[in-house]
Design a binder for this molecule. Structure first.
Ligand code: GDP
Ligand code: MG
Length: 674
């Protein structure tokens, strides 16, 4: 044996990398962990014609951007350990997506061999990939393999040894057009002044990474003598725009290559593919998508209304009945105005929430939700998010709590964090009653449009916040779309029904516990006389007035909310809204002395308690300010960070205040809605 070749295997997840690794190494493997992280590190050995090969299995990765630990491990390994040959295992049935990693590897510059794996599946479909042509275009050996059968492995080893003995495996490089090439050249020139740096990192690759706003490259630059000069140069550039140009160029190049080497047979389309023709069509997809959403919401709201009316009537009757049979005034008030009215105001949304989740479950089970994520990927990537982020934002319209839990499907940590932080701006079902009350009372016929505008505002604020976060503390390009589109299935009613009940139970638990406590606390605070007054506990003349404890507290907050046109009662209702937003309307009823009678509350409000402008501000405030306790709890759990949880709460409340302030102040100056 004369020499030893070190070979690194790299590839997207699920392309058959482990199968190829096992086929090469047989039983001669060693499994450990990468230093400092719990990601599996596998190494193995083999001998091919007198040459000893040491194979290392890098973590599965879609790209070499530095978003995840896996990507950084793979990239640092190639840079720091400079293996003799890198073998990219490619899923031939998904060439276009896999070549993205290839383009990134070629920039980094290691000697490369491509294993065109799963080639049996390509053949089975009747498609053809011209490996020779691909080899010519990329200047990289391309070997067909079937990892699971061990086919093509000898050829692969042969190619590896050949490439290892060459001085260089390819000359071509991907170019990015004059504007970006000029910038690359400019940075390269600077970087070359630091000999140590360019000895370690290819200067072209390093420049491209800097232009892409790559954090890891920035860190590596920090210790260099040219760091300051380069940083100044970068500051003058619009990195975000360059980054998307670079990605565009990569994708365009890849699709040119793919169109030259792939021959897809004219086989019969499966029904899934036929549906996808329409559903993911360039032009048709959006109207189809909007129609689906509209149908889901329409069904939800129209089916829910009769149930809501029944619940409403039931609780109204119950409150009246209990009020009449209990003769102790304070107890009667506690049960009727506190407990029954409070629980009623929560239960009334149960039909809405259950139906919405039923519809979402149908969409999810049918396979459409994955398409929706796919369709939304392009627009979402404009705000720096993944198509998958759209689903939580959509679910947020039902309830933010499960929506935030749904972000678990997003692999990239930063994508996920941004999604969690903006999901509370999706106006959940609990905020709706505030809109219904106020829009109904103040805007009459245009109530529908006002409510629609609020939902839209939530989305706009979410988008702008995502852009803001992506441009500052959570910089980075959206990770490429990599979700599998499952075949369409007929959703089973049973499954959707179960999901619906599950959500219903979660909601009821919240209602039974936290919300009940909240409602009773409001009642208590409204019934206890304020210090320094001598009213009677729970008597009608102090209940919810400034002579009650809650009024006393509200007065303290008055200076904070009066610039928004709210009075102390609103401040108090909003604080209780933190317990659960469902309580806002209920506590306004209590505080304005209307009980659970919403019609009376509207009358009181429109009769001068509040201006239409302040009402508009209050709706916007309710939309944007800190989400409920349950939601904050889940944000903490999912982000694992009090810092980000506090950020969401403070940020949301801050812009809520700002928006309400602007609406009220500007509106009253120009005489709008006063
Ligand atoms: P990894 O995630 O990249 O390590 O992929 P694995 O080696 O675990 O393979 C994923 C799945 O694809 C397994 O079920 C393999 O049996 C299967 N597989 C791997 N290579 C091939 C191949 O060339 N052809 C076919 N049909 N299946 C393969
Ligand atoms: Mg594997």
């Amino acid at each position: 044996m004369t020499e030893k070749i070190r070979v690194a295997l790299i590839g997207n997840p699920n392309v058959g990398k482990t199968s190829v690794f096992n086929a090469i190494t047989g039983l001669r493997q060693h499994v450990g962990n990468w230093p400092g992280v719990t990601v599996e590190k596998k190494t193995g050995k083999t001998v091919h014609k007198e040459t000893e090969l040491e194979i290392i299995d890098l973590p599965g990765t879609y790209s070499l951007a530095a978003f995840s630990k896996d990507e950084i491990i793979a990239r640092d390994y190639i840079i720091d350990e400079s293996p003799d040959v890198v073998v990219q295992v490619v899923d031939a049935t998904n060439l276009e997506r896999n070549l993205y990693l290839t383009t990134q590897l070629m920039e980094l510059g290691p000697k490369l061999v491509i294993a065109l794996n799963m080639s049996d599946l390509v053949q089975a479909k009747g498609d053809r990939i011209e490996a020779n042509k691909l080899e010519d275009l990329l200047e990289v050996p391309v070997i067909r393999t079937v990892g699971s059968q061990g086919e093509g492995i000898t050829n692969l080893l042969e190619a590896i040894v050949l490439v290892a003995n060459k001085s260089k495996s390819y000359d071509i490089e991907l170019t990015y057009g004059k504007e970006i090439e000029d910038k690359i050249a400019e940075l390269q020139k600077q970087l070359q002044q630091d000999k140590e740096l360019v000895a370690k990192y290819p200067s072209r690759w390093f420049s491209i990474k800097l232009l892409e706003g790559d954090d890891n490259a920035q860190e590596k630059l920090a210790v260099s003598s040219v760091a300051d000069t380069i940083r100044k140069k970068l500051e003058t550039m619009d990195i975000e725009r360059l980054e998307s140009h670079i990605a565009d160029h990569r994708y365009r190049n890849i699709s040119t290559v793919v169109s030259q080497v792939c021959n897809f047979s004219k086989r019969k389309m499966t029904s899934s593919e036929m549906i996808d023709r329409v559903v993911t069509h360039k032009v048709l997809s959006i109207p189809v998508f909007l129609t689906m959403l509209w149908a889901a919401f329409e069904v939800t709201f129209s089916f829910a209304t009769p149930f809501m009316n029944i619940i409403d009537l039931g609780f109204g009757w119950l409150a009246g009945y209990v009020g009449s049979i209990i003769t102790i005034p304070w107890l009667s008030s506690l049960i009727a105005d506190g407990v029954i009215a409070g629980v009623g105001s929560v239960l009334i949304f149960l039909p809405n929430i259950m139906l919405l989740f039923f519809m979402l479950a149908l969409l999810e089970d049918s396979g459409y939700m994955a398409r929706a994520a796919f369709i939304m990927d392009k627009p979402m990537s404009k705000i720096g998010l993944h198509g998958k982020s759209f689903i939580p934002m959509l679910m947020g319209f039902g309830c933010n709590v499960p929506a935030i839990m749904a972000t678990r499907t997003i692999e990239d940590k930063r994508d996920r964090l941004v999604t969690i932080l903006i999901t509370p701006f999706s106006s959940c079902g609990a905020r709706l009653p505030v809109y219904v009350l106020l829009a109904g009372a103040f805007f009459g016929k245009s109530a529908g449009s006002v409510i629609f505008a609020l939902y839209a505002l939530g989305i706009i604020v979410a988008i702008l916040s995502a852009k803001l976060l992506r441009g500052t503390v959570l910089r980075g390009e959206a990770s490429p779309f990599i979700m599998e589109l499952p075949p369409y299935r007929l959703p089973t009613l049973k499954n959707s029904f179960m999901q619906m009940c599950e959500r219903g139970v979660i909601y009821l638990r919240k209602a039974g516990g936290i919300i009940l406590v909240g409602v009773v606390s409001v009642w208590l605070l409204a019934a206890i006389p304020a210090p320094g007054t001598n009213g009677v506990f729970a008597s009608e003349d102090i209940y919810g007035t400034t002579d009650s404890l809650i009024g006393y507290l509200g007065k303290i907050l008055d200076p904070l909310v009066s610039p928004l046109g709210f009075d102390w009662r609103i401040a108090v209702a909003l604080i209780f809204g933190f317990v659960a937003k469902e309580i806002v309307v209920g506590s306004m009823g209590t505080l304005y002395g209307a009980g659970e009678d919403e019609e009376r509350l509207s009358e009181i409000l429109t009769a001068g308690a509040m201006s239409p402008l302040a009402a508009l501000g209050l709706m916007v405030f309710t939309l944007l300010y800190v989400p409920c306790i349950a939601c904050i709890g889940v944000i903490k759990r999912e982000t694992g960070s009090w810092k980000w949880t506090a950020f969401q709460a403070v940020y949301g409340t801050g812009i809520a205040w700002l928006f309400a302030f602007i609406i009220y102040q500007v509106g009253s100056r120009i005489g709008f809605l006063t």
